[in-house]
Structures are given as C-alpha cells and as structure tokens.
Design a protein. Structure first.
Lengths: 358, 89
C-alpha cells in the first residue's frame, strides 16, 4: 500500500510495512509547495501540481513512479486583449482527476474558477467554456482565497457524469462530459450572506464533495455552513447535524458502503481549531442519521490540527484511512477510523493525501 | 545590446543563462529571451503576460514601473535583472 502526500515543502511517497509502520521511500520538489497530486490508476503516471511562490503554478508528470519528473504546460487562460489588468491568470491548481476511461484525459480545477480539460496527458489544456461562461459566475467569490476555486471534480467511470464543487460557486452537474452544466444546491444555505441571498446556488460554499464509488447517488458535502447529504446524485441536499461540529473542510466516503462517511470537525468558521482542541473524526454508519466521534490514539487536547479538504483519503479496498494535517502530522487508521496510529509529526503542512490506486 | 540576467534560483527548475538581446523595451528584450527558451516565460510572466506578482525586474538599478505591458525603455547596454521579490518569500 502506497500513500502520496503533497505538502507545503514537497512531495513524499510512503509505503506500508506494517500497522503504523510506513516508510518514506521517495521525495521530490523538496522546499516547493505541492498543491495537488494524481497517481493515475489508468496508466500509472503520477501528476504533481506545484505552486511556486514566485514563479507561478507548474505541472509535472512522472512515468517512473516519482523517480523523475518532466514539466508539462500548466492550464492557463488565453490572453485577453481588453482590460488586461483584470484578465484571469491561474493562481492554483487545486484538483486533478481522471476525466474518463481514456488514459490521458484529465480534469483540472483551478483558482480563479476555471475548469480545464486535457485529452493528451496534460500536454495541452482547454478551458471548459460551458462552465466558465455561466452567467451566474459573476456572483462566485473566493472562500479563503481572493478568487473562487474548483476543488472537487467527481467523475463517473464513463466520463459523462461530472459533479464539480466550487468555493464559493455551488455544486455543478454535467451529464455530457462537461458540454453543459446545471447548478444544484437545493437544501443548502449560506449564513455568511444577506438573508435574501441565503439560498442562492451561485454563492454556496461546498468545501469538499465525496461520493460513494459503489453508489454514486450518495454524495457527501462538507459545506461552510454545515454538512449535507445527497441521495440523488447531487440534485437535492439534506442538512445533517454532525457532532461535535458541522464545520470542517475534509470529507471521505466509504468506497463500497453508501451509509459510511467521515468528516473532521472544527469549531466553526471564525475559529478553525478542533472542538475543545481535542482532535476527533466524526463517522456515520447509518447514512448520516447519527454520528459518533471516533479517534482512539488522536490527541486528546492541545491540538491545533486542521485537515485541509484534500487531506483525508480512504483506500479503495482495505478499510484504511489516511489523515494528514496542517500541523505536519500523518495519521493512519486501519479499522475505519476507530483507532489511529501516528506515522510522523514532522511534515510540513499537508495539502493533499492520496492513496495509490494502480 | 541590453543584457538580461536571471535570479539563479530559477536554475532549480530549468535552464537559464544570462544573455545579450536586441530590444528597446523590457518586453522586447524578454520576448527574444523567451523565443530561445519558451519554458521560461511562465516562470516570469502570468497567463496574461503581466509580470508575476512576486517577481521584480530592475533596469540599470531601477525597478520597472510598467508591470502589465513591460513597456519600460531599455537603452543600448542596459543591464536587466529578473529577480525574486522578497514579498513572495
């Protein structure tokens, strides 16, 4: 079992030797922020998105399991002749996903809100105009960043059904591989907006989307103002009460059981630390009707750990969870979250944790 | 001809060397550099061709004023330095 980590200070790959015993077997980009990774199960390539502080976003690919990387052109907006001072430029490569069964087909979600597609393994990219040209995009805005961003892209195996989450721009669904889109946020609400805009789909702030691979009607959404569940593939949403708090960033869906999901609660938006500074994972096993705080082995106090939206992953077949924090800790659970082993507490802040699925 | 020099920190990522190029503006000079080294462009300029926020260019010891179109004039024999701005550190 292999786990890939993208951190504020580089890329690491850790391999399991035994319970709680994971060894770092590869590093790259030491010193550079790695905002996203895609270990592509279709062809074994490893894509790494960088966010060089001075020199912009970069995209690299490895065809030898991360031993060496070559540079690809990063998604970029076409140059605009008019009002160039306001014209967009990619600030962050925020999510990378396979776009369908064909190796080399990729979606890349970015800040400031562009969804890009490649069909040649990242050698060229095209902005998805159908989403970019939505009239409601003018109401999107940034959450935690100056500009809106696409952080979640769920893609059905045939590539046709796509569900995208935008902070702050709602949940968008395509049935035709991105040719057309509709926004669906019925049931969600935004308490950070004036009352008359509370249910406006275009200003909702889904922090992260995750669906059950075995039943893609079941989608979980950790939202800025709560935790939501969809039973109909994202058409409508039901608010859930998640103790000790419904605020957080990360969410993971069990790959086979649509009744099981995890979140990592924080106090609330203006106080982003664990409740009582006790780190817990909230787990449901009944479709969100009830939640239990789990986390034997996690810090019982004095914790300031936040798990970013891409920092929680579940292995597709092994009931193993990986959770990596802004405080540089990597935790592994091999019993669906009941207990956790600390692998290391010496990492830089972790942006993404992804199991290898090849 | 103007000379263009780059922060050595760029060498962590790609090949870059000091060079002499024709040009009457910063934009002219950099365009000629990027013609020979196209991969360098996105490290210095953003998608719209503007100078990246945390990159700074000095011409004969003075920071360029036009960060959007890079229209600052460069004289014969000018020394152009493309540097990291400490704001990005």
């Amino acid at each position: 079992m292999l786990l890939h980590l993208g951190t504020r200070k580089g890329y690491l790959a850790l391999r399991r030797r035994g319970r709680g015993d994971w060894r770092c077997e590869r590093t790259a980009f030491i010193g550079d922020p790695v905002s996203q990774l895609l270990p592509d199960p279709r062809d074994g390539r490893l894509y790494a998105a960088l966010n060089l502080g001075h020199f912009g976003v970069k995209l690299r690919v490895s065809e030898d399991g991360g031993a060496s990387f070559t540079e690809l052109p990063a998604p970029a907006y076409a140059k605009r002749e008019a009002s160039v001072e306001e014209a967009p430029s990619v600030d962050l490569l925020w999510c990378l996903e396979p776009a369908g069964p064909d190796p080399g087909s990729l979606w890349c979600g970015t800040i400031p809100g562009g969804l890009f597609r490649s069909d040649d393994g990242g050698r060229s990219w095209a902005l998805n105009d159908a989403l970019w040209n939505q009239p409601s995009r003018e109401r999107w805005f940034g959450g935690g960043y100056p500009h809106p961003g696409i952080h979640s892209v769920l893609v059905a195996p045939d590539g046709n059904r796509v569900v995208a989450g935008i902070s702050c721009g709602g949940v968008w669904i395509s049935e035709d591989a991105g040719e057309s889109w509709r926004v669906r946020t019925e049931g969600m609400f935004a308490e950070y907006m004036p009352p008359e805009m509370r249910e406006d789909p275009a200003i909702q702030d889904p922090h992260r989307l995750a669906w059950c691979e075995g039943d893609r009607r079941r989608i979980w959404c950790q939202h800025h103002n709560g935790f939501f569940r969809s039973d109909d593939g994202g058409e409508t949403w039901t608010s859930l009460d998640v103790p000790p708090s419904s605020f957080g960033f990360a969410v993971a869906a069990h790959p086979g059981d649509p009744q099981v999901a995890w979140s990592v609660p924080l106090v609330k938006d203006e106080c982003r630390v664990p409740v009582d500074r006790r780190m817990v994972v909230a787990r449901t096993r009944d479709g969100g009707a009830s939640w239990e705080p789990v986390g034997r082995g996690l810090p019982e106090g004095d914790s300031f750990a936040v798990v970013y939206r891409h920092g929680l992953d579940v292995h597709p077949g092994e009931s193993v969870l990986a959770m990596a924090t802004t405080t540089g800790a990597l935790w592994i659970s091999e019993d669906l979250g009941d207990s956790w082993d600390l692998v290391t507490a010496e990492l830089a802040p972790v942006y993404c944790a992804r199991f290898d699925r090849s | 001809m103007p000379s263009v020099h780059f922060t050595p920190n760029l060498r962590r990522h790609l090949r870059v060397e000091s060079t002499e190029v024709e040009g009457h503006t910063v934009s002219d000079a950099l365009s000629r550099v990027f013609r020979d080294n196209p991969g360098l462009r996105s490290y210095v300029l953003d998608d719209q061709g503007r100078l990246r926020t945390h990159v700074v260019i000095y011409v004969d010891g003075r920071a360029v004023r036009d960060r959007t179109a890079l229209g600052d004039a460069v004289g014969e024999g000018a020394e152009i330095h493309v540097m990291q701005a400490l704001s990005g550190g």
